[in-house]
Design a protein around this ligand. Sequence first.
Ligand code: ATP
Ligand code: MG
Length: 565
Amino acid sequence: MPPTDSTPSNFIRSIIAEDLKANKNNGRVHTRFPPEPNGYLHIGHAKSICLNFGLAAEFGGLCNLRFDDTNPSKEDVEYVESIKSDVRWLGFDWDGREYYASDYFEQLYQFAVELIRAGKAYVCDLSADQIRELRGTLTEPGKDSPYRTRPVEENLNLFERMRAGEFPDGSRTLRAKIDMKSPNLNMRDPVMYRILRATHHRTGDKWCIYPTYDFAHGQSDSIEGITHSICTLEFEDHRPLYDWFLDQLNIHHPQQIEFARLNLSTTVMSKRRLLELVQQGHVAGWEDPRMPTLAGLRRRGYTPQSIRSFCERIGVAKRNSTVDIAMLEHCLREDLNKRAPRVMAVLRPLRVVIDNYPKDRVEELKAVNNPEDPGMGTREVPFSRVLYIEREDFREEPPKEFFRLAPSREVRLRYAYIIKCVDIVRDAKTGEVTEVHCAYDPDTKSGSTQSGRKVKSTIHWVSAAHSLEAEVRLYDHLFLKPDPDDVGQGADWKSNLNPHSLEKVTSCRVEPSLAGAAPGSHYQFERLGYFCVDSAGSSNGRLIFNRTAPLRDPWAKIEKTQKKG
Ligand code: ATP
Ligand code: MG
């Protein structure tokens, strides 16, 4: 997609455009999306995916999918597979350029040997704790390891034996020999290799030493000929280290550019925390529709188009901030408004009997599938004597400003007639209204010439005999406060979990056109919101719908006031 006038520009786009002008990298643009396969992708990753794949496409370049799989104890093929399917679902294609840092383990090992030979790396026998102790602080310089001056030959010998499995886990490391007094802590002789006997999801038990992320990441980018290594701000302090490795090795030097990570209100974004929610059973897995994971959002009913448009709108900045989740929902509504067929569904049914409508008569009424898109056509909705309406569309004692159905009041039934409430039936014990009796006016059929009469509101309904039973799951924000970390002293972020984030409503009634609706398909339930057929639960004729978002749009209001101000 070439940038259009409406595409907001960003500083990364400008850097790449400048580089191309200067014919840097011989005019090549090559980016990558580099996930660690230690969890499912979330909406923050979508920002990075859209940026990396988007910029490559825009400038006629390439984007790789590379798994930074240097930590076998936390990684799994389940994550690799989910990541691939999520990137594809978002609408991006790596054209077979699927790479793994683990494919470079031998090359990385050779790089390490090269640095040892050049006197730039040494085998250190200090424990992790001891290394930390000597590392110093932001205000205090570190102290040299007693092993720092080991002769090259001895380092080569020990490193080879580390690889051969002669030493126990954690007993030795390979460290870069840089500067223990550097103001940048990352430069204080960082660890390049550790001994770890863990089975890797790709290399099995071939290795018992693994490169650190810091040693693998920059070199992997270099090996792949990446021109622009786009990453999040927390890696800014690592850039001097990545540059140091590339300079010492004298290999291709990608340009690292940092941007602010996406934070969203009322949710958490770190994979560590999301894993905790899954493992402790606060949600029903990574694909729970309340999760900010792409798998969760997909099951909730989010479309790839809405997520891409969200990522484009939030832009790219150099300063961390939090985006209001209402904006994500706004992008969803904007997209589904154009594409989701309208249907009628009643979540909490109240029986309505139209006394003056013939008992065995059924009319097929014409209903518009999407007023935004006439091309989507019309369908027929059956109307009969006994209907269901939404319980909250009737009030026995209507408060001020309530214009829906009430004793002696009239409303229009969508696509049908004007009805008037003439009587109510109550439960003898509880006094609750169980049935409403109405009279319809045959001259008021929607679309007919005599239907000029106006009433104050139109409500939705389904025919009792023709409607289908369904379960509906209503979702609310996962956390109660915009910032889940906003807790009292001693309390955990999880104390902010919203206990009402999921409400299951059973015995809902939906119009018959929804019979056999395909899992994942989107609908607008008139007056209620956007819903999608649950992809996991709806089977053998059972209909389960997830509410993706209600119709009201808080973001539209926020935006309006922002524009005024
Ligand atoms: P997390 O902190 O959520 O666990 P991570 O940074 O460890 O994420 P990676 O798998 O290393 O996850 O991320 C792959 C890419 O996605 C990296 O380039 C990373 O910078 C980017 N990324 C991760 N989280 C976000 C975010 N919230 N916003 C934008 N980009 C992100
Ligand atoms: Mg990471």
